[in-house]
Design a protein around this ligand. Structure first.
Ligand code: BGC
Length: 903
């Protein structure tokens, strides 16, 4: 038996944390039925003093063990030692470390610096069109350095170099956050980059989210690029040297002439200043920086992994379009940029325009909705001006959503056969996360669907969870509500989501409103206000199903990983949100409302709501702007009361979970007792006030039946009616799904609940539009925002082709096709029960739970069904074969077989 993956805050040996850590580890053993029976945990400070000595504690708990030792010191590396014992008497040990960053604002001695010249403020809707700023500062190293750290951040997005070399490969530091309240700084180990004598730090700051018109903070900001860096050296003799950014820094600009996260980047290689970040560079022409009083109160050590280059692809074709354009095809829609090797003459301009899809004839097509509006004006264009000779260019401060690139050199389309495809590489960017899932089966289309889901996830987990990479790049809360669970079944997104949820706390307003987009910046605050005004509401703009992410996302994290720490972190944010819902329900009623007060006061049925959002039949030709208001209202009549109830009910459950989990639990117990009865009244109000006495719903839409069935809201007497209505709505819709963002994740599960798993499979296998596989049949390589994708004229609509929301169907495939069903949070109890439907002959799904790998690998030849199953330590499994045979087992590797009868 051994301990694997000892982690702190879901990260391996994190450098630079400033929150109380928690620890998790996994056991691995050859011996079946292994369960941890006790653990001992010690944490030692850099002087070798034990600051925590916990245990031995008799428990099988190996996750989310919160640090409860002496207060931690700044800038210190702590060693963690865990030893465990299992039920067979085996023991194992593992060690790891974490290092604290600057734990108090007054530990910043560096000063904010900026160029002296005042930068022009931005124009709305488009990039600022100004060059990135180079900052450099020299310092000397006088003796043997044993530890060297750099703490750095900026207003904008930065790349940092020590003596010309970057300490790591991250991009877009310091991450997308609610800057006015929460600005991350990064910690780097720079020891390997230092040299004796003269050294230099160079930082190039581009606009990033901070200055980008589409994403700039919801406050008045100084338009300047600004930098803050603090280098801390520890010498062999124990002396410390701290070098901070100050007025001795010098400022210039370089080759990045203009960079906007949406519009693109212009890079003029003739303006490069080779060696600018090295000590011996002649900076006599540079200007002195000035110091700024921006303060340190909003600074937080970066939580979670950075954005990295995660995949590279070569073009699968270079073609001449009917219009005579030269178009590169990378064969895959993604978020990232193109790295290009060029051989141009000095002053020649290579222009790359990125797009996701081509028009029906194969020409370049810009599918960006409402250019110039929220998320509009995104040209997705990079320009490289050559300095002559062989050069390699990769953008710095922009990224795009694309599969295709239209190329010109000095405005002309180069002949495809003169281009060397090898010189172009599509670089996919994403926040770095550990892979935790894989799926492969005997059906190529389903495999492609899974890969499309993975690509949409990869493309939209870039610093924050986003809606789409080519248009808004925004943290739409509702999209995350529906997709969070699926995301966690594919990648360990916990650190990323934890940071995003912290942003959510920062964005919550005085009314407890969680906005529709987090971070709420750019044009969204204004759009939100208009939404509120139009419905007579106050505070930030939100919608049921969107703000509810405040409760549902942390709870989904708990369900998949047993994360109680996130429930504690978000507790007050959730409570303020549910209080808002409860107040909205009690204080407002729709005009002409005839419901009895006792019911009406528990229904959230007023205010602005998106409804289900993007129900396929209502958006055949993209977003139906003309009828949008009516369409939204139709489904909001049930989504608002149901999601309102869901939040309150889930919150009551969370309070009860924490009451069990924590020693100091009075708060949680009181809340559990207070909110459960309210949730029950809300449920009762839905049953009496939303569901008609005749068992009808306010709108005859598929989703209207899905939600009550899935969430067990249908009164007993109407159950058959609802089941029939759901089946009929599928028939009426030609055997296709017709659910929007908020209901699609539950559709197939609702069919299970009414005993129609067969119909769920029909919908999954459906290839007529709208369906999941119709996208695959049309050549999709990601999940589309609108299941129809293409308009009636055969051209791509204006909506995005890279939106993960509808990909939540992967959760059903995981539970039914692969048959992995969690019976306890974090999969510590699991049911393995594949339901082969006759189409598949093989299926393999793996998933790394917090305990280790679950793997299900089944095959069917005629009537012979065989299955290999791996169950990790600390996990109890119930295996149910397709013939109904049931076995209970603990960890281990098992083989099963039985006869099946499937059509
Ligand atoms: C976004 C969605 C979002 C929706 C809400 C869209 O523009 O791309 O993903 O949830 O607006 O209305």
């Amino acid at each position: 038996m051994e301990i694997t993956e000892l982690k702190t805050l879901h990260m391996t040996d994190p450098l630079g944390i400033d929150v109380t850590p928690y620890f998790s580890w996994k056991l691995r053993s050859e011996q079946p039925d292994t369960v941890q029976t006790q653990y001992q945990l010690t944490v030692t400070d850099p002087d070798g003093r034990t600051v925590l000595d916990a245990g031995p504690i008799a428990t099988d708990k190996n996750t989310y063990i919160a640090y409860a030792g002496e207060p931690l010191r700044s800038r210190s590396r702590y060693t963690i030692e865990v030893s465990v014992q299992d039920n067979h008497g085996n023991t194992a040990k593992q060690s790891g470390w974490f290092e604290t960053a600057l734990l108090a604002a007054d530990e910043w001695t560096a000063q904010w610096i900026a160029p002296k010249k005042k930068a022009k403020p931005s124009k709305k809707g488009f990039g600022n069109g100004r060059p990135a700023t180079l900052f450099r500062q020299t310092f000397s190293v006088n003796g043997e350095v044993v530890s060297a750290r750099l703490y750095a951040t900026c207003h904008g997005a930065y790349e940092v170099y020590l003596n010309g070399k970057a300490p790591d490969a991250r991009v877009f530091a310091p991450e997308h956050t609610v800057y006015e309240k929460y600005l991350c700084y990064q910690t780097y180990d720079i020891l390997p980059l230092l040299r004796a004598g003269g050294n230099a730090i160079g930082m190039v700051v581009g606009d990033g989210w901070y200055h980008c018109p589409n994403a700039k903070p919801n406050m008045k900001t100084d338009a300047q690029h600004a930098a803050l860096y603090q280098i801390e050296l520890v010498y062999r003799d124990g002396c410390r040297d701290v070098i901070g950014s100050d007025e001795t820094a010098l400022v210039s600009d370089g080759a990045v002439r203009s960079a906007d996260l949406y519009a693109g980047e212009q890079y003029d290689a003739r303006r490069e200043q080779p060696g600018w970040a090295c000590a011996d560079f002649d900076a006599s022409q540079w200007e002195h920086a000035v110091t700024k009083k921006y303060g340190y109160e909003n600074l937080k050590a970066q939580f979670g992994e950075p954005v990295m280059r995660v995949a590279e692809l070569k073009p699968v074709g270079i073609k001449r379009s009917p219009k005579g354009e030269t178009i590169l095809d990378f064969g895959q829609n993604l978020a990232g940029w193109v790295r290009v090797k060029t051989h141009l003459q000095k002053g020649q301009t290579l222009r790359m325009e990125h797009c996701e899809v081509l028009d029906k004839d194969g020409n370049y097509y810009n599918n960006i909705l409402s250019a110039g509006g929220a998320g509009g004006g995104c040209d997705q264009t990079d320009e490289f001006i050559s300095n002559g000779g062989e050069e390699t260019y990769e953008p710095h401060f922009t990224y795009h959503g694309f599969r295709f690139v239209r190329l010109t050199i000095d405005g002309k389309a180069p002949a495809p056969d003169t281009l060397n495809g090898d010189g172009f590489t599509a670089v996919a960017l994403s926040t770095q996360k550990e892979e935790v899932g894989s799926f492969v089966c005997s059906d190529d289309k389903l495999n492609r669907l899974y890969q499309n889901i993975r690509w949409s996830q990869r493309s939209n987990m870039l610093s924050i969870p986003t809606d789409c990479p080519q248009r808004e790049k925004a943290g739409w809360t509702g999209d995350m509500l529906v997709y969070a669970k699926t995301a966690l079944l594919n990648e360990d997104c916990t650190a990323l989501f934890t940071r995003w949820l912290y942003n959510m706390q920062c964005d919550q307003d005085a009314y407890g409103i969680v906005p529709m987009v987090v971070p709420e910046n750019g044009n969204y605050p204004m759009t939100g206000k208009m939404m509120q005004l139009s419905s007579g509401g106050k505070g930030k703009g939100t919608s049921s199903g969107w703000g509810d992410a405040a409760v549902i996302v942390p709870y989904s994290m708990y369900e998949i990983t047993s994360n109680t720490e996130i429930l504690k972190q978000q507790y007050y944010c959730m409570r303020r949100w549910v209080d808002h819902i409860i107040r909205q329900a009690a204080d407002n009623k729709p005009k002409d409302c005839t419901r009895p007060e006792g019911i009406e006061q528990y229904l959230w049925d007023t205010g602005y709501h998106y409804g289900e959002w993007l129900i396929p039949s209502q958006n055949k030709n993209g977003l139906d702007m003309k009828n949008l208001g009516t369409i939204m209202k139709m489904s909001a009549a049930y989504t608002a009361p149901i999601f309102g109830w869901l939040s309150v009910s889930t919150f009551a459950q969370i309070a009860a979970i924490l009451a069990q989990d924590t020693a100091d639990n009075a708060l949680y117990e009181t809340d559990a007792q207070k909110y459960r009865p309210i949730a029950d009244k809300m449920k009762d109000a839905i049953q009496k006030g939303v569901i008609g006495t005749d068992g009808s719903m306010p709108a005859d839409l598929m989703g209207a039946y899905v939600l009550p069935i899935y969430f067990d809201l249908v009164p007993e007497k109407h159950k058959q009616k609802f089941a029939d209505a759901l089946v009929q709505s599928i028939e009426k819709n030609g055997g296709c799904m017709d659910t929007g963002f908020l209901t699609a994740p539950y559709l197939l599960f609702a069919l299970d609940k009414i005993g129609r798993t067969d119909l769920a499979y029909q919908l999954l296998w459906q290839t007529k539009c709208p369906s999941w596989l119709s996208e695959v049949e049309q050549g999709a390589t990601t999940i589309w925002e609108n299941t129809f994708g293409y308009d009636a004229d055969g051209n791509p609509g204006s909506l995005s082709f890279n939106h993960y929301a509808f990909g939540a169907v992967a959760d059903w495939i995981f539970q039914r096709e692969a048959g992995i069903v969690p019976l306890a949070p974090g999969f510590t109890k699991v049911r393995i029960r594949p339901i082969p439907d006759g189409k598949l002959t093989a299926c393999k799904r793996t998933f790394q739970t917090m305990q280790g790998e679950i793997s299900v690998d089944w095959k069917r030849e005629g009537a012979d069904f065989t299955m290999d199953v791996t169950i990790p330590c600390n996990t109890a499994a119930e295996i149910i074969l397709p013939n109904g045979e049931k076995t209970e087992t603990g960890s281990g590797v098992y083989h099963y077989g039985c006869k099946v009868c499937v059509q």
